[in-house]
Design a protein around this ligand. Structure first.
Ligand SMILES: NC(=O)c1ccc[n+]([C@@H]2O[C@H](COP(=O)([O-])OP(=O)(O)OC[C@H]3O[C@@H](n4cnc5c(N)ncnc54)[C@H](O)[C@@H]3O)[C@@H](O)[C@H]2O)c1
Length: 271
């Protein structure tokens, strides 16, 4: 078998669609088997359409079409026990685990004074606690394997403040710190931990629903609207562009990179 991650097994959260699906397909194309999880259901307050069971089945079909194995399960990353049960079973079947991609997340924009306690808690529970749960259930297998790569999907909003999303920005700075903290303690096991910080990506998250929530907030303080501008002359990136970075971090090409932030951000964080 050939490929940049040939023979490895990757555990990816939020894999039903968007960037998570793209990472699953790209890593499979390069020889990895996949453990995919997604909630596949509506989450209160999220202003764009939810992923569905059909979406997750499509990810399965795409990976299987590449002749790779995939075990896909509908599970909420907030549920530590269910996540552990899922990963334990999948690793028992696939033999080992080498790569973790903590990708599941939500974004619920609003002006600072329109954020409810529920939205704040929900964002932190999914984006931060969910990422922690993901690493906690997967990392023991990387220790057992004698090494591996953990990739935590943050955002440009985890490097530079992005306005009108206090809970999201808080969560994405938090997981950037989480990656560094895990990197320190897991290094002795040859496990690398890095965070990825995309600019806007063309997925359901960046849909009209999200813009409809964001635009009134921008109208309230138009000076800050410019903070979303990329240096490169592109409005957004595609999921596959982010998969390039994820594949690099998953592969041995980045074997001496750990505790770093990689930013496929089109320069937005310097604008
Ligand atoms: N789209 C962007 O502009 C952008 C930019 C920077 C960073 N990101 C980050 O990239 C990651 C992927 O987002 P995307 O753009 O593919 O959006 P998306 O909404 O298409 O995908 C996110 C996936 O996560 C799943 N998910 C959400 N909550 C979950 C939970 N509690 N348990 C399990 N699965 C859950 C969703 O069902 C969905 O399939 C997120 O962490 C997001 O914050 C997105």
């Amino acid at each position: 078998m050939t490929g940049r991650v040939a023979g490895k097994v990757a555990f990816i959260t939020g894999a039903a669609r968007g960037q998570g699906r793209s990472h699953a397909v790209r890593l499979a194309k390069e020889g990895a088997d996949i453990i995919a999880v997604d909630i596949c259901s509506e989450i209160p307050d999220v202003p764009y359409s939810p992923a569905t069971s059909e979406d997750l089945k499509e990810t399965v079909a795409l990976v299987e079409a590449l002749d790779r194995r995939i075990i896909a399960t509908e599970v909420d990353v907030r549920d530590l026990d269910a996540l552990r049960w899922t990963v334990d079973r999948a690793v028992a079947e696939l033999g080992h685990l080498d790569i973790i991609v903590a990708n599941a997340g939500v974004c619920i924009p609003a002006a600072w004074n329109a954020v409810t306690p529920q939205v704040f808690d929900e964002t932190i529970e999914i984006n931060v606690r969910g990422a922690w749960n993901t690493v906690m259930v997967g990392a023991p297998y990387l220790v057992e394997a004698g090494g591996g790569s953990v990739i935590i999907i943050s955002s440009a909003a985890g490097l530079k403040v992005q306005p009108f999303m206090v809970p999201y920005t808080t969560s994405k700075f938090a997981v950037r710190g989480m990656a560094k903290a895990f990197a320190a303690e897991l290094a002795k096991h040859h496990i690398r931990v890095n965070s990825v910080h995309p600019t806007g990506v063309n997925t359901a998250m960046m849909s009209e629903g999200l813009l409809a929530a964001l635009n009134p907030a921008i109208e309230n303080d138009p000076r800050l609207g410019g903070m979303f501008t990329n240096l490169l002359p592109v409005d957004h990136t595609e999921s596959e562009d982010i998969s390039d970075t994820v594949l690099f971090l998953a592969s041995d090409e980045s074997k001496y990179m750990t505790a770093h932030e990689l930013a496929p951000d089109a320069g937005v964080t310097e604008f």
